[in-house]
Design a binder for this molecule. Structure first.
Ligand code: GLC
Ligand code: GLC
Length: 802
């Protein structure tokens, strides 16, 4: 619940769960799209605008006696409200306010399975006297392709078209030529008027904060021809004291089959016969209420897969609700659209999507399976991967190409997570093509083999994996050597080199090889499994020899063979990534180096706001390092607190057995725990942000790029699987908590492979360490692995620590 409209940054939420999506801020800003945020954008949003957050689902109320008007969601009039509250929930947002004795509450959501959004408004007269109100709605249509819409004005300003029939505004730009889709904006009540041309509604030289139609209390019935099509309804409401009115608005997307586009056939008039029943149905409040209940049950069901009760309220809040919710949003939207992603830039990242899967596989295993196979189908026959793919076509993106050498290994880690969750071994035999070329199919398992082989076929002078364009750290561009201003580090021609190596990929390889060995054993391929284990051991030996800097793991070797992330460098001496990933892979755990590396992280990288990516920050541009040094110190990859990599250190701390350190790091970036410092953090206190400014930045502690980040998945994994220690494995459910020492324990319920596990962990006061005793359904068991129980059964697990 947000209790003031002027949050430090707009605090947003997402609507939609399947194909129709939008985001909505706490003051109703945002936009909507169908499937593809670039190519099927329904409404406009103004990035870079001042004031911020303009373009949205706006309503205006006008007291017709005095002429005073306001926005019940505060924006866009920003007239001070007597009270205000916004509740962001699971795929819905409700904004309530009062002004001058008139209360208004708007609920926004997308019904399950529908290509439309509902705005359900309730207006109540809380005065002692009757009130006459004018209600105006407004949306501004986007001309479908959001990229063109924001740039190609010579064309755009002439192509806008609408049709208005029975009070419904149909946005039909380009429908008369090749498009078969349109948008509509409908209202449940009889209209006093409407507008569909922006300037007619706003008035010349006016903005959304003071539309002429609202000021005058009268719409003009404008029909957009070119310029800027909008939808706006005018409804008059006369309310006796205490009386309420309910109004439903619908914004929707629809398609007509090619042969039935026009009515009458042969004309260029939109055929509305197919969509009309949909509109009539959804304008009914009983239908809307039922759909809202269904949405709530849908989320209730999803979130019941894992529920925890720990002594820490911020942990419970994140783990039970907001963190899995964010994971599903990143699954649906990858990095496409947020306040920081314009929806026109990137496709789905190969690396990003594989990691996102770690956070939602338990919630939507069937979708995870589909995603895995889609990703594998964009793999190249070499085992390499396109860095991105396009969600509409599911094909690899030629524009950015391949050669990010960490990419293929993520597929193995994601496949392993899927198999551990589901036990679905048959997925390994699914035929999957390379580069989407029919005829090239091999088993999915063979794709995983080739992914591992891709690394082994690309080793550098020290025997470490070659980095290629970049590894997880997109901004460590060791083969780019760019001097050209503005050139993209992601797409610039890379030198071949064959020298620049990544210790990060080496650690990732050790981890992936162990996972693939487990999967090979599942298939009875013992020899093959041993060969992967051998390869992991060899790579570990190489890391020991060439990847250890004395007090921490080295980061890389550059194009000329120089060290990166070493005490021998002037800047960028220690990086977070190799410390995290190498320890996750078990490197250095038995010989004390893991603990030393973690002590170095604590001494050199940890801040009260989280762990910085590297130190000291790069104070100037280093041609041999690339984009990492093009960010000012403290931001993004240049010594920002890159939240995605923080959970690797949390997990590493649990691996060396330090639950206090792990949980302490967890709380430092937990958004809910940071709510108290919202003035510093500024982003939403319920979702992770990609980055928090590091110590070198003037705004240390300030978050940016909230919502669409791999941080969501990894923090959920770190907390639930490593700190709480409820960890699905191929052969069973591991119960291996490593808790902060002040916790007396926790309880959890986990649905896994069809059975329910009720877990109670107790920790003796002052004790810490690992599970000493495990009781399953009343019987003591050896070790801490619980075998899968028959579907439908409930298993009671009691674990004690210390
Ligand atoms: C961004 C990218 C991700 C990358 C990370 C570090 O989050 O989406 O792919 O690993 O930055 O550069
Ligand atoms: C990656 C990085 C980001 C960078 C972007 C484009 O996604 O996370 O910092 O800006 O690539 O270069």
């Amino acid at each position: 619940m947000i209790t003031r409209p002027d949050t430090p940054t707009p605090w947003i939420n997402y609507l939609g769960t399947e194909e129709y999506f939008g985001f909505v801020s706490n003051t109703a800003g945002g936009c909507s799209f169908f499937r593809d945020a670039r190519l099927r954008r329904l409404t406009r949003y103004r990035y870079n605008n001042a004031p911020a957050d303009v373009g949205g689902r706006y309503l205006y109320l006008r007291d017709d006696a005095s002429g005073a008007f306001w926005s019940p969601t505060w924006q866009p009039t920003r007239r001070e409200l007597d009270d205000y509250e916004c509740r962001h929930g699971l795929s819905y947002t409700r904004i309530a306010s009062s002004w001058g004795g008139v209360r208004a509450e708007t609920l926004y959501f997308v019904p399950l399975g529908e290509d439309l959004e509902v705005w359900r408004l309730a207006v109540t007269n809380e005065r002692d006297a009757p009130v006459s109100l004018s209600l105006f709605s407004s949306v501004e249509f986007c001309l479908w392709d959001a990229q063109d819409d924001a740039t190609n004005f010579q064309r755009n300003l002439s192509v806008g078209q609408v049709e208005v029939e029975d009070g419904v505004v149909f946005h039909t730009s380009e429908y008369r030529e090749r498009r078969d889709h349109f948008a509509y904006f409908a209202c449940s009540e009889p209209l006093a008027g409407f507008d569909s041309q922006r300037e007619a509604f706003l008035g010349p030289y006016r903005g959304w904060e003071r539309p002429l139609a609202v000021e005058e209390g009268r719409s003009s019935g404008s029909i957009a021809h070119g310029w800027a099509p909008i939808g706006s309804h005018h409804v008059r409401l006369d309310l006796a004291p205490s009386a309420s009115a309910e109004v439903v608005f619908l914004l929707g997307y629809a398609e007509n089959p090619a042969e039935d586009k026009f009515d009458p056939p042969g004309s260029v008039t939109l055929n509305k016969r197919r969509v009309r029943p949909v509109i009539d149905h959804w304008l009914r409040t009983d239908v809307v209420d039922e759909a809202f209940d269904a949405l709530r049950s849908h989320w209730g069901e999803l979130l019941s897969v894992l529920e925890v009760a720990t002594p820490d309220e911020d942990t419970n809040r994140m783990v039970n609700i907001w963190n899995p919710y964010q994971c599903l949003v990143t699954f649906n939207l990858s990095r496409s659209i947020s306040l920081y992603e314009s929806g026109i830039g990137r496709g789905l990242g190969f690396r990003d999507s594989n990691q996102d899967l770690l956070g939602f596989v338990h919630l939507r295993p069937a979708r995870a399976r589909e995603r895995l196979l889609d990703l594998a189908a964009t793999q190249l026959a070499t085992g390499g991967a396109y860095h991105q793919y396009q969600p509409l076509t599911k094909r690899g993106n030629d524009g950015i190409g391949s050669g990010f050498n960490d990419d293929p290994l993520w597929l193995i880690l994601a496949a392993a997570a899927y198999l551990k969750e589901t036990g679905d071994a048959p997925v390994l035999d699914e035929p999957v093509p390379y580069d989407n070329l029919p005829g090239t199919e091999t088993t999915f398992y063979e794709h995983l083999r080739r992914a591992l082989g891709y690394t082994l076929g690309r080793l550098g002078p020290h025997g470490l994996p070659l980095i290629g364009r970049a590894d997880w750290n997109d901004c460590l561009n060791l083969n780019c050597l760019s001097d050209t201003p503005g050139e993209s580090f992601q797409t610039a021609e890379n030198r071949a080199g064959g020298v620049a190596e990544s210790v990060f990929i080496a650690g990732q390889f050790v981890l992936a090889a162990a996972e693939l060995a487990g999967i090979a054993r599942l298939r009875g391929l013992v020899k093959e499994a041993e060969s992967y284990e051998g390869a992991a051991q060899q790579m570990t030996a190489v890391i020991d020899r060439h990847g250890w800097d004395g007090e921490w793991f080295l980061r890389a070797y550059d194009h000329a063979g120089g060290v990166v992330g070493s005490h021998r460098n002037d800047e960028g001496q220690i990086f977070i990534e190799p410390q995290g990933i190498c320890i996750l892979a078990g490197v250095g755990v038995n010989d004390g180096r893991a603990a030393r590396a973690l002590a170095s992280v604590r001494a050199r990288l940890a801040t009260e706001h989280g762990i910085m990516l590297q130190q000291p920050a790069y104070s100037r541009y280093y041609r041999e390092l690339g984009e990492i040094s093009s960010y000012p110190p403290g931001y993004k990859e240049n010594a920002g607190i890159f939240c995605h990599a923080n959970p690797w250190i949390m997990i590493a701390e649990t691996i060396v057995g330090d639950g206090d350190a792990a949980f302490d790091y967890y709380r430092r970036i937990n958004p809910s725990a940071r709510e108290a410092i919202s003035g510093v953090h500024r982003c939403e206190p319920y979702v992770y942000a990609q980055m928090i400014a590091g110590r070198d930045a003037p705004a240390h502690g300030e978050a940016k790029n909230s919502w669409l980040t791999g941080t969501a998945a990894w923090n959920l994994v770190a907390l639930t699987q490593w700190i709480l220690g409820i960890r699905p494995e191929l052969g069973g459910l591991r119960i291996d908590p490593v808790l902060p020492s002040h916790w007396p324990g926790f309880t959890a319920r986990r649905r896994w492979r069809g059975a329910t596990y009720e877990i109670a962990v107790t920790q003796a006061a002052g004790a810490s360490g690992r599970v000493r005793r495990l009781v399953v359904d009343g019987t003591d068991v050896e070790g801490n692995l619980v075998r899968p129980a028959p579907p439908g059964t409930t298993v009671r697990i009691e674990a004690s620590i210390g």
